[in-house]
Design a protein around this ligand. Structure first.
Ligand SMILES: [Zn+2]
Length: 272
């Protein structure tokens, strides 16, 4: 009797051990799944991108300008640099040939509204009109619709981001490097600010409607290239995105580590 009881207890013990092992394995699988390589929802908004190489995206807003944008395109071509232009619909309607040239030379064209209003203060219908008109103007200039939006001043509510993404399919592009070139501080200052702030994965904001910005670019491109940076369009940069390494993880026990978000969506200063 005692022996059979003992066997039964052992059997129970074995069952329990097996169960614990099974649970541990399941937990390991879940934690593997939850690693930041698989974010629950795709990101909509980008102000920079975590990349493995020295890649950056340079972006120019508010054009095209009849005189300055062609100069910039010449310079970009000389450096074999691909940039991204966030264009104003009104300007596209005036100079579709410049936008066509930019697209033809491998640059990306994004929507920056029709007339540069503050979207956060507008009705959905007003925002929709601004976006649709510009989207149409870009389509008629380059034969394709844009997939990126940079809201004027970087100003967009969380609710607007969601419906605009759902309706237009746009990714919302902000920036992490802002030389405040619209204040026209002079080419040297614009150049130095960009050089100081740019990191791998940066999205650099500038405006191709200010002469000082265009004057700053030869030095800026030379020095960024000397630092080893490589220029890609915003969409290319996003395609290179890698999960953000969790810096805190090394400091805490593995069991306590929680997945970190792919990146922060910090709101930049009111340039754009
Ligand atoms: Zn702007």
């Amino acid at each position: 009797m005692f022996v059979s009881r003992l066997l039964f207890v052992c059997f129970l013990g074995l069952l329990a051990t097996h169960r614990i092992c099974a649970e541990t394995t399941t937990a390991a699988k879940v934690s593997e799944k939850n690693k930041p390589s698989a974010p629950a929802e795709p990101r909509i908004t980008f102000s920079s991108v975590h990349v493995d190489g020295p890649y950056i995206a340079t972006t120019f807003d508010d054009g095209p300008s009849a005189t300055l944008t062609p100069k910039l395109l010449d310079l970009l071509a000389a450096h074999h640099i691909k940039a991204t232009f966030f264009v104003i619909g009104e300007n596209v309607a005036e100079h579709p040939e410049i936008v066509e040239r930019a697209a033809h030379e491998g640059h990306e064209i994004g929507n920056h509204s029709w007339s540069h209003p503050n979207f956060a203060k507008m009705s959905d219908e007003g925002v929709r009109r601004e976006l649709r008109r510009t989207d149409d103007a870009i389509k008629s200039a380059i034969g394709a619709r844009p997939t990126l939006l940079r809201p004027p001043y970087g100003s967009l509510t969380a609710r607007q981001k969601r419906w605009i993404h759902d309706e237009f399919g746009y990714q919302i592009i902000l920036w992490d490097v802002d030389p405040l070139d619209w204040k026209r501080p002079g080419p040297a200052v614009v150049c130095n600010r960009i050089l100081k702030e740019t990191r791998a994965g940066s999205i650099v904001l500038s405006h191709d409607i200010h002469p000082g910005t265009i004057e700053a670019m030869p030095q800026t491109f030379d020095q960024l290239e000397a630092k080893g940076f490589k220029f890609v369009t915003v969409s290319e940069l996003i395609r290179m995105a890698r999960p953000e390494p969790a810096k805190e993880r090394a400091k805490v026990p593995a069991t306590a580590a929680t997945p970190q978000p792919a990146s922060t969506n910090s709101l930049p200063s009111p340039s754009g």
